[in-house]
Design a protein around this ligand. Structure first.
Ligand code: MEZ
Length: 539
């Protein structure tokens, strides 16, 4: 399967393997990391960003592709919708059917609220499903939420919003217990103790996993719980505008049936945005590990009604996306592969960095190795990759470890005749996560009254760089917070007069700022027609 050049390079990797076992490359100093990030992390390529000229974050820097969506036309005019005809009338409307939306809906239901989930694809088509390596929680005797806090704060470059991070880490152990009690099959020792491993930037082993399909396992259980509670899920239906009331509070959403394009009105006392990430925006032309619907819709919906964003300029490029074979280009190779012993090795067989640096540092280091040091391995189609030396795992932990701990990875590569137990695999950074998003307070409410947000659409929890496993944790912690808060708030809300006046106000702001565009948003689905440019690798 590998090309002759790749096989030649593998020989060099094999030649250095034994000497690398048990010898950890040193970690970079803080100064080395700062210099590396400034030079090689995609967040620092100024030409790929622009300044917003309208809306609550006017004057702030965001990726070009996001600005295009935040400063775009609505898909509808207010006159297209008859707001007196209510199709769905609920206490709590949850937009998004992934882990955060499901956790929120379960908790709202628990509070006795009439809650409904609307999702543009199917229930569970979400980045939660794609998450592999694990969920962090400080629940071991040698660990504490304080250790977890310090790790995440350091990884996030001290930009994490303290009250959000505090909630994440202090509610972490209970979130994992909740999932375990619901039936998530976490990996456990014979005595029932949860197996935990390190991730990049962690000082304690606190990654709980279900092999290498942790997110899919969590989603399986959450989806079952939503079904068991008879919570209605309207699928293949997207939210395309929020509806406010006469006081400017969130009061529902205009929905669009994705097949018929029929417009529907959902009235709600409170609304939760849980629309997930943005990988399918393919910032800077990067491939992505994200699910098909990850197009930053929630950010657009919130922004248009005045909800401020925070840190929208920072994205996470997962260090180890598939660089080869081409059929799975950009797919996630879980960080757990490095947690259990695989090293990052260049074309010469040299281990050029510690395998568990934080993600931004690891991604930038891999990019430098390929672009500046020219020590990457060429892949067909014009890109480069770095070796992830997977045979080391079984040298360290014994035969059968890969099958046992990362069976999904093993199978993914075997389909392309690559046996990662015997040969290393080629990786390169892939667009994985939006660190920024809608700003919320500790109870999950955004800057717009009665509009709550949970999951990847939230910004600020992770600062400028999230650690592995803190996303599965945040969808549960903040999903549960948003669901509980939104349901409690709904008890105090009387439905007001519904309006879509904000559409015209926003259009006027665009006009006054001289923005002329044929773009409409939210994007809803990516476009992969030939010539869009997004099918090309990002090297
Ligand atoms: O938190 C993540 O992004 C994660 C667990 C990814 C992975 O490498 O498996």
């Amino acid at each position: 399967m590998y090309t002759p050049e790749m096989l030649k390079s593998i020989k060099k990797v094999e030649a250095t393997r034994a000497s690398r076992i048990g010898v950890e490359p040193r970690r970079m100093t803080a100064d080395e990391k700062e210099t590396l990030l400034a030079e090689f992390h995609p967040d620092h390529i100024e030409s790929q960003f622009t300044t917003l000229t309208i809306g609550p974050n006017k004057g702030e820097k965001v990726p070009l592709e996001l600005a295009e969506m935040l400063q775009a036309n609505s898909r509808i005019k207010a006159s297209d919708v008859d707001l007196s005809k209510i199709d769905y009338d609920v206490d709590v409307l949850v937009i998004g059917g992934g882990g955060a939306g499901s956790a929120a809906a379960i908790m709202a239901n628990e509070q006795g609220a009439n809650v409904m989930i609307v999702t543009k694809l199917r229930h569970g088509d979400a980045n939660t499903m794609m998450a592999e390596g694990g969920i962090q929680a400080a629940d071991k005797p040698n660990d504490s939420p304080a250790h977890h806090y310090i790790d995440a704060m350091g990884g996030g470059h001290f930009k994490n919003i303290p009250e959000l991070l505090e909630r994440l880490v202090t509610l972490g152990p209970d979130a994992v217990k909740w999932l375990n009690d619901l039936g998530v099959l976490f990996d456990k020792d014979e005595d029932g103790t949860m197996v935990t491993t390190h991730g990049g930037g962690t000082s304690r082993k606190r990654m709980h996993a279900a092999k290498d399909y942790t997110g899919a396992e969590i989603m399986r259980v959450l989806r079952d719980e939503v079904i068991n509670r008879n919570i209605p899920v309207v699928d293949f239906t997207s939210a395309i505008e929020l509806i406010l009331d006469e006081k400017g509070r969130a009061a529902g959403a205009v929905l669009m049936n994705m097949e018929t394009r029929e417009l529907l009105v959902a009235r709600a006392k409170t609304v939760i945005i849980a629309t997930g990430g943005a990988g399918r925006m393919h910032y800077q032309g990067f491939p992505t590990s994200n699910h098909y619907g990850a197009t930053a819709d929630g950010l657009v919906l919130g922004y248009r009604v005045g909800a401020p964003l925070v840190y929208a300029y920072t994205l996470q490029y997962h260090p180890t996306g598939v660089a080869f074979p081409e059929q799975i280009f950009g797919a996630l190779v879980t960080e757990k592969v490095r947690s259990i012993g695989a090293m990052l090795v260049n074309a010469e067989g040299e281990a050029f960095m510690h395998p568990l640096e934080t993600r931004d540092v690891s991604a930038a280091s891999i990019i430098r190795e390929c672009k500046a040091r020219k020590k990457g391995v060429e892949v067909p189609g014009g890109g480069y990759g770095i070796w992830l030396d997977t045979p080391m795992i079984e040298m360290l932990h014994g035969e059968g470890t890969i099958e046992k701990r990362i069976p999904g990875m093993l199978r993914m590569y075997l389909k392309y005749n690559i046996d990662m137990r015997k040969q290393p695999i080629l990786i390169y950074p892939t667009l994985h996560y939006q660190n920024g998003g809608i700003k919320i307070s500790a109870d999950g409410m955004s800057g717009v009254e009665n509009l709550y947000v949970a999951g990847e659409a939230v910004g600020g929890i992770h600062g400028e760089n999230r650690l592995m496993g803190n996303s599965l944790l945040d969808i549960i912690v903040f999903g549960r917070i948003a669901g509980t808060s939104a349901a409690q708030k709904a008890k105090t809300v009387e439905n007001g007069t519904l309006t879509l006046d904000h559409i015209e106000r926003f259009a006027k702001e665009m006009q006054d700022a001289g923005i002329v565009t044929d773009k409409v948003s939210p994007k809803l689905l990516p476009v992969y027609t030939h010539g869009s440019g997004k099918e090309k690798p990002a090297f």
